[in-house]
Design a protein around this ligand. Structure first.
Ligand code: HEM
Length: 429
């Protein structure tokens, strides 16, 4: 009996000690969260909430809602002003809303700022992807990846794409009825990327690779934990299978069983060159996946938005049609589009720019601060994540009059724009 009482008493002490410790820890966290919400001079407004978790759940819930993850940013900007901070996936994030801030960050890439993709994104594309490698490897990989995109191979690609679009649009016309523009664009961009990069054209193989790439894309903004059934888990599994497909493809090419005129072949032709003049197999595989994923949904989304915007602006649609018809009219009957024709599409280029401004296919550009610095009076600490908010800049009425209006002519020659340009042109330089 005495022994039992003693044991109960001890257990009570332990419980009391645990409750006290837990309350102390909780109070400390709440105090820290409260402190983070009160702003000193030079401090970016916003709340960090609890360490590790911060506002991750609110961000993920916005990402999975019909409004999309930018709703998270929009709400905080309404609460705290143009500049705000938050804590996501355990890291402090600052959203940069101005062209000056954007310029400071983007012109200091790899100097004061490094690429800062969230863990799930980095895991999706792999450690040797252009999106994740450190500066030293980035320059080399980018140079070697750009090499096969010569004007000659691009010219062939333009023709192939033109032919594919003509065939598919014709078949849609023959079938009649309606179709989903985004699905159509996703299929066209995926199939043409796979053709250009790895010469895969078989429908079944394409479907299989596309399903796996979709799983990888879906894990990009997910919670990075291997919980069976989660988006992250499915994506990591699909990534492993894709790597195996690429590995087998490389082996077939090396053994001489298969030889194609494509991007992968161009990479393998460097096998006998010194180390810094070629990519390792892991670098090739991670970057094949990166190119497909970075290229497909971005291009498809831009194509879809251009259809939507042009549908809402008859005048722009007519001007674009006139320009296209005059280019077709100047070519022999049935001739395919050539690289040089792209230079004649002056209005077409403005339509692309205006579409990219309004659609913000990439909502923000993520970077990590590598040394303490100050931008527009706000102190940014080493290790913080800064997101150059393209969406906010592209809709700022002080730079773009009537920003919600689709007006390609705003990009007439004299207009000095703040458009955060997309990647392909720079990738090819
Ligand atoms: C309309 C279409 C596209 C848009 C809007 C777009 C947008 C972007 C943006 C904004 C970046 C810069 C991200 C940053 O600096 O944080 C980027 C990078 C990149 N994009 Fe694109 N992109 C498009 C098409 C493509 C295509 C077709 C490919 C592949 C063939 C591609 C491959 C890449 C790669 C590899 C990077 C990383 C470049 C580097 O780190 O040096 N993109 N893209």
């Amino acid at each position: 009996m005495w022994k039992e009482e003693c044991f109960l008493q001890n257990a009570n002490y332990w419980n009391a000690a645990l409750v006290t410790l837990f309350s102390l820890a909780l109070s400390l966290m709440v105090y820290k969260a409260w402190r983070s919400s009160t702003c000193k001079k030079g401090e970016v407004p916003g709340k960090l909430w609890l360490p590790c978790l911060g506002e991750t759940l609110a961000f993920l819930s916005a990402t999975n809602s019909t409004k999309g993850c930018y709703e998270f940013v929009r709400k905080r900007r309404a609460w705290y002003g143009r500049w705000f901070k938050t804590r996501l996936f355990g890291k402090i994030h600052i959203y940069i809303p101005s062209p000056e801030g954007a310029k400071t960050v983007l012109t200091n890439d790899f100097i004061k700022f490094n690429k800062g993709y969230v863990k799930s994104m980095g895991d999706a594309v792999g450690k040797r992807s252009l999106l994740t490698v450190p500066h030293e490897s980035h320059r080399r990989i980018r140079r070697l990846l750009s090499d096969p995109f010569s004007l000659c191979s691009l010219s062939k690609f333009v023709q192939k794409l033109d032919m594919m679009l003509l065939e598919r649009l014709k078949s849609l016309e023959e079938k009649g009825g309606s179709f989903l523009v985004l699905d159509f664009c996703m299929k066209v961009t995926f199939d043409s990327m796979c053709d250009m990069l790895i010469s895969v054209t078989d429908t079944k193989v394409l479907q299989d690779i596309e399903q796996k790439c979709n799983d990888v894309s879906n894990m990009m903004l997910s919670f990075p934990a291997m919980i069976p059934g989660s988006r992250y888990y499915k994506g990591m599994k699909a990534r492993k299978q894709l790597m195996q497909i690429f590995r087998e493809m490389i082996a077939r090419r090396r053994s001489g069983m298969e030889r194609r005129d494509d991007f992968l072949q161009a990479m393998l032709q460097r096998d006998s060159l010194p180390e810094d003049e070629k990519l390792s197999d892991e670098e090739i595989m991670d970057n094949l996946l990166t190119l497909v994923i970075a290229g497909q949904s971005t291009t498809a989304a831009a194509m879809m938005w251009s259809v939507k915007f042009l549908d809402g602006n008859r005048h722009a649609q007519e001007r674009l049609r006139e320009e296209q018809l005059s280019i077709t009219g100047s070519k022999p009957e049935g001739a395919l589009l050539a690289m040089e024709d792209l230079n004649s599409m002056t209005y077409g280029l403005k339509v692309v720019k205006e579409t990219l401004r309004m659609s913000n296919v990439l909502l923000w550009f993520p970077r990590v601060v590598t040394e303490n610095c100050v931008i527009e009076g706000f102190e940014l600490k080493k290790g913080w994540h800064v997101n150059v908010d393209a969406t906010q800049i592209h809709y700022d009425p002080s730079f773009y009059k009537d920003p919600s209006e689709f007006n390609p002519s705003r990009f007439d020659a004299s207009f000095s724009d703040h458009l955060l340009q997309f990647s392909l042109p720079t990738l090819l330089n």
